[in-house]
Design a protein around this ligand. Sequence first.
Ligand SMILES: [Zn+2]
Length: 210
Amino acid sequence: MLSLSYLYNFEYLYSFYIKFLADTVLYLQNFALYISLWVLGYLLVCCVVYRKYARRLPTRTRGALRAKRVLIVVAHPDDECMFFGPTIFRLCEQGADVYLLCLSSGNFEGKGKIRKQELWRACQELGVPEQNVCLITDTRLQDDPKLHWPVSVIAKLIQHDLEALEIDTLVIFDRGGVSSHANHSAIFYAVAYMFVEKLMPKSKSNYIFF
Ligand SMILES: [Zn+2]
């Protein structure tokens, strides 16, 4: 009689344990499903809000390049659109102060005057204020793919702007000048010369080469 009662109690406890286990697993499954649905919903809302509003936020909020004062150095009018257009547009859109230094009027085909006007119009479209655009007319920096521009002259111009405008980000051509134009490459060599001659401002700066 005692052993029967003991057996009965054991079976009861065992079935209770199994039921408890099954209920716990079911509860955890439901809990995980519930949480994942909430997380998914939250992420969806974040995506929608980001796509709708984030583009309007200023640079400091979004980080990006962390560029606040940017100097872009080009050789000829139209370089700013052909090679740096998306970069300039994006930086302006993000609230950075963008300055453009153009080292010649691009008079190779005698259209310097027109190209000069086009430069200002293009910059206006890209979001660069007209007072931030500077075009150099120097007999040593004539638009000509066969002409090697003196790097010390370019370096002096860049150094002046970096210091006077308190630039934190410098954007220039890479060694190949993208299109292999000697005037483009000269800007890269001028900046390399500045590093060698220790003409770069001591403050922290970003350097971006295209
Ligand atoms: Zn060019």
